[in-house]
Design a protein around this ligand. Structure first.
Ligand code: FRU
Length: 478
């Protein structure tokens, strides 16, 4: 450990101690979501299972709730209920990562945790992203025990990426196939085309660029946080593209997250991408990452937030010195040629009291402050669920339309919709300041922050030709 690393660690602890109480006093701190202890959080990083525990890292900026120098924070759990907060773990303490330990992934190999991440370096002087101005270094950090990280090594730098790349190459996701390692990196080329670079290695130290994956027609200027994995015979390329114009109900956020099914071979030019599908339709979702656990589940966690939204909508938690959170872990499946997402089963262990209510016309119920609502719908021409007099979930069969909008507490968030042929079931995870809405067994998902005040409570459900069974479970805090 170098002295800068030690000083940074001490500084983070001091900030956490000084600011912690104020942050904790915020009514909108979440009950069952991972948040930054203080300051700012963005992407989930390095998700893995190692020696029987799940390790969830995240982009952490303890010094400023509006962003700033990025480090990696760490949470550890064995059951997704009892979490150990390990604070900041990966520091920006070298010349090759001095302006931020940016996003990356973890691969467990030979009983070691191998973290790959991007070391961000901003050069002084005129910034010209096409040719110079920024170092985007790929760094390997090895840990024997998953908690102490000392062995840092610079693996690749700008000159190791193809010549036609700009200074935007980042977010390595590493995986193993047969006896080789593969890395996908998000990139922006000099024609401003978003793409993914594929690298191959035998030893995780020496990497060769073997392929580039891009869409036939340009789809955005930059693809951030790529992930490539197999699930039920499908190969999925998950990306967070930037520079996509809104198209009706699609692509309404400042940046998007979604996936392609990739047919053929990602290692050669012999591949074909399907249509791009947005993975979440809500206001606050970006930069998801997945990993395979020992139960064989492909689990996904996203950032329950977005960059560059301040002018459109906001988060009042900044007044208390913190901002953003991670989504609950979600299990992915492929159903009818679509990726579906549902909260992992372990979350059911937080369920406490339960109310069962049958709805034909309308009901009002005090519900609970935080809850997991399951609605099984036999029949429905239309359905409206109002949560805490703030969020309104609306389905109209005639229009084949599902809409999430706000009557209050949206802080600038207005509405988001998705086409929906039928509504069979709904699951809503309502935390103090977030909603995750899973429609038809996770075929569509809407993730959003919202800020109902203490006096707002309960749910109102109404509809036409409705036959619906509600189960509302109170959710405990973890
Ligand atoms: C995505 C992202 C990544 C980058 C990280 C920096 O939100 O911009 O591309 O590595 O955040 O915090």
């Amino acid at each position: 450990m170098n002295s800068l690393n030690r000083d940074l660690k001490r500084l983070v602890k001091t900030v956490e101690n000084c600011e912690g109480e104020k942050v904790k006093s915020d009514y909108w701190r979440l009950n069952f979501h991972l948040m930054p202890p203080v300051g700012w959080l963005n992407d989930p990083n390095g998700l893995c299972e190692f020696n029987g525990c799940y390790h969830i890292f995240y982009q952490y900026s303890p010094f400023d709730e509006k962003g700033g120098l990025k480090l990696w924070g760490q949470y550890i759990t064995s059951d997704f209920i009892n979490w150990k907060n390990k604070g900041a773990k990966v520091f920006a303490d070298q010349p090759y990562d001095c302006h931020g330990a940016y996003s990356g992934s973890t691969i467990v190999h030979d009983s070691k945790m191998n973290i790959f991440y991007t070391g961000n370096v901003k050069h002084r002087g005129k910034y010209d992203y096409i040719n110079s101005g920024r170092g985007h270094n790929t760094i390997l950090l090895v840990s024997e025990d998953g908690e102490n990280f000392t062995d840092k090594r610079l693996i690749m730098t700008n000159s190791d990426y193809p010549d036609n790349m700009t200074c935007h190459v980042r977010d390595p996701k590493v995986f193993k196939e047969n006896d080789k390692f593969y890395m996908v990196l998000g990139a922006r080329d000099k024609n401003d085309i978003g793409q993914v670079l594929v690298f191959e290695s035998k030893d995780m130290i020496n990497w060769e660029n073997i392929n580039v994956i891009k869409s036939e027609a340009k789809f955005g200027y930059m693809w951030e946080c790529p992930d490539l994995f197999k699930i039920e015979e499908k190969t999925v390329l998950l990306i967070s593209p930037q520079g996509i114009e809104a198209d009706g109900f699609k692509y309404n956020n400042v940046y998007q997250s979604g996936y392609y099914f990739l047919e053929g071979d990602y290692k050669t030019k012999n591949y074909k991408l399907s249509n791009f599908e947005e993975i979440d339709r809500g206001f606050d979702f970006y930069a998801p990452q997945t990993f395979l656990d020992s139960k064989g589940r492909r689990l996904l966690i996203g950032w329950m937030g977005l960059p560059d939204i301040e002018d459109v909508y906001s988060n009042p938690t900044t007044e208390y010195g913190w901002q953003h959170a991670l989504t609950v872990p979600r299990e992915l499946k492929v159903v009818k040629n679509k990726l579906t997402q549902l909260p992992i089963d372990e979350l059911k262990n937080l369920r406490k009291n339960c109310k069962n209510i049958k709805v034909e016309k309308s009901i009002e119920d005090k519900a609970y402050n935080t809850f997991d609502l399951v609605a099984n719908i036999e029949n429905c021409e239309s359905l409206e669920i109002i949560i805490k007099d703030c969020a309104c979930l609306n389905y109209k069969k005639q229009e084949n339309l599902f809409t999430l909008s706000f009557i209050g507490g949206g802080y600038g968030r207005k509405d988001r919709s998705a086409d929906l042929d039928s509504l069979k079931n709904l699951r809503v995870l309502c935390d103090t300041s977030s909603l995750e809405i899973f429609i038809n067994d996770g075929e569509e998902v809407f993730t959003t922050r919202f800020y109902p005040t203490k006096d707002k409570e309960g749910i109102k459900v109404s509809g036409e030709y409705l036959n619906c069974n509600l189960h509302i479970y109170e959710m405990e805090a973890f």
